[in-house]
Design a protein around this ligand. Structure first.
Ligand code: GLP
Length: 259
């Protein structure tokens, strides 16, 4: 796991976009994994700007979202597929049908989860997966106490996650679904690169566990310590509870990441 502590969200968005732009130059038909939440929004805005400037095209790209709520109407504005279309896919040059997400509207979410997992494999696997972190340590919607090797599955959301996400539902926790379909931790671990972005004080405890805690089901994101190519971009607030901050800064300065 490589760690960069950067001044602010804009600096993170720039470096994260550099990695995606470099991947595009190596492999224009890359497979991109997309996270929802507010954290990656500056990155998606930066990708839209670079697309407008002619630096990156998504014409040959296919994307796979991390997760989707179960129980929202398909056209609900906070549905994750709609979110990703609104903030990225519809603003650049994705081909019709090239942006994918778990299908939570088939009536059989367990079968839909298995089919989604198979579709990612059939697409050749994810080249670069964008990740955020929940304040309880979840990635995707892999909540505490789930298997560290899980495949895409139907999951139950913790009360903390539903409280955190209620800001997207007019502050009403009861409006936040209780279930989801999420890529499993085993699925996420197969991405060739994971690019984790964490910003703000509210993530500081989860970040401390992610980087310095033991690998455990209690903090699902800690499984990334076992991944061979994971980059973690932090702002100062998210990094504030790390014990070895100075060492991470030194390593980052001395060993700039190849793009
Ligand atoms: C949701 C998503 C996660 C995301 C997390 C953090 O629960 N399922 O993929 O990382 O929220 O969201 P935010 O970036 O808004 O803090």
């Amino acid at each position: 796991m490589r760690i960069a502590i950067l001044p602010d969200a804009a600096a993170i968005a720039g470096l994260a976009a550099d990695r995606i732009e470099a991947l595009y130059r190596r492999k224009p038909a890359f497979v991109l994994g997309l996270a929802t939440g507010s954290t990656p929004l500056p990155l998606y805005a930066e990708l839209v700007e670079r697309h407008k400037a002619g630096r990156i095209s998504f014409a040959e790209v296919s994307s796979y979202n991390l997760d989707e709520y179960v129980g929202l109407p398909r056209d609900h504005v906070e549905g994750y597929s709609n979110f990703i279309h609104r903030h990225l896919v519809d603003l650049v040059d994705f081909r019709e049908g090239a942006a994918h997400g778990p299908d939570a509207w088939t009536g059989d979410s367990h079968a839909a989860a298995a089919a989604y997992d198979a579709a990612i494999r059939e697409a050749g696997g994810i080249d670069l997966q964008v990740l955020g972190i929940g304040s309880d340590g979840h990635i995707g919607f892999n909540e505490p106490a789930g298997s560290l090797t899980s495949r895409t599955h139907v999951g139950v959301l913790t009360e903390q996650t539903r409280r955190d996400n209620s800001r997207f539902f007019d502050g009403d926790i009861d409006a936040v679904p209780t279930h989801c379909i999420t890529q499993g931790l085993g699925t996420i671990m197969e991405a060739r690169e994971n690019l984790m972005i964490c910003t703000g004080e509210g993530k500081a405890e989860a970040v401390r566990e992610l980087v310095e805690g033991p690998v455990s089901q209690r903090w699902p994101a800690t499984i990334l310590q076992m991944h061979p190519n994971t980059v973690v971009f932090l702002d100062e607030a998210a990094a504030s509870r790390l014990e070895m901050k100075d060492f991470y800064r030194e390593v980052w300065e001395k060993e700039q990441l190849p793009l």
